[in-house]
Design a protein around this ligand. Structure first.
Ligand SMILES: [Zn+2]
Length: 285
């Protein structure tokens, strides 16, 4: 039984939303920064990759913008955009999973919560997977698992480094145990990448939680997070309710995790590309 299906004819239709289209959808010229509560001109935020020019707070960006941030130019190839979940459990919550998927695919122009691409970062060819937080909370199901697995296989075949940018609420509950199995599948794949002596850099962004943290997000040769990102297994509210204790200030934020040895670095989005470029130079030479 297959957990995903491939519709070749849909490959062309599933291109990421372009800049022009995104701007038309954007309403209003001003936005309130969640960090400093100041009103910022949206154009200033956009020009600064959604990092507040006043306080440095990082707002979320979509997978398409993430690729623009990290890759040298728009001349990258996307892969596996025709993979679709086959809804193995015929799951229904507030609405059928199949319906939810179709709505998300229309809204984001993506087939699932990830863009898998190959391009150049500071001149070096890389395989890169960027998660899309808007697609059912960036949750990881069979398609995300298969996309990462294929990116690993391409990285090994072409002897290229792998970068995965996580932005995820965790495993996709609508796919039940199938989504949890992706954790083992990807972890085994990353082991093969390691045996091929190819570097894997994990970039953790807001939010990286659940099964994604419990597998590939924390398995990088280098685990790098953006400032202020929520990173954890269960959310802080769930933990507080369970242990009936107040959690320490900044618990499960990047800086706290770095301080406690869970991360290798916290790097501003504005310096992220340069940082990864230098790291790859160190790993590969
Ligand atoms: Zn701010």
């Amino acid at each position: 039984m297959s957990w995903f299906k491939r519709d070749k004819s849909d490959d062309d239709k599933l291109q990421p939303v372009g800049d022009a289209e995104r701007k038309v959808r954007t309403e209003g010229l001003w936005q309130k920064c969640e960090g400093c509560r100041q009103i910022i001109w949206k154009k200033d935020l956009e020009a600064n990759w959604q990092v507040c020019p006043k306080c440095g707070s990082h707002s979320r960006i979509d997978a398409c913008t993430r690729l623009r941030l990290l890759l040298d130019d728009a001349d990258y190839t996307t892969y596996d955009a025709g993979l679709r979940s086959s809804d193995p459990l015929s799951f229904i919550d507030s609405k059928p999973y199949g319906e939810r998927l179709r709505a998300m695919q229309q809204q984001t122009n993506l087939s699932d919560a990830m863009i898998s691409a190959a391009g150049r970062l500071s001149g070096r060819p890389v395989q890169i997977c960027a998660m899309e937080p808007r697609f059912i909370g960036g949750s990881m199901g069979s398609v995300v698992g298969e996309m990462i697995m294929r990116a690993i296989e391409r990285a090994i075949a072409k002897s290229q480094p792998l970068i995965i940018v996580s932005a995820s609420g965790g495993a996709r509950m609508q796919e039940g145990a199938v989504s949890l199995m992706q954790m083992a599948k990807i972890s085994a794949g990353l082991m093969r990448l390691d045996e091929a002596r190819l570097p894997y850099i994990s970039v953790l962004t807001d939010p990286t939680t659940g099964g994604v943290t419990a597998s590939y997000a924390m398995l990088g040769d280098l685990n790098v997070a953006e400032p202020g990102a929520l990173i954890g297994f269960a959310g802080p509210r769930v933990i507080e309710q369970t242990i009936r204790q107040k959690l320490p200030e900044g618990f499960q934020r990047s800086e706290f995790l770095l301080q406690h040895g869970m991360l290798d670095a916290v790097v501003s989005r504005l310096e992220l590309k340069q940082y990864i470029g230098t790291a790859l130079k160190f790993f590969v030479g």
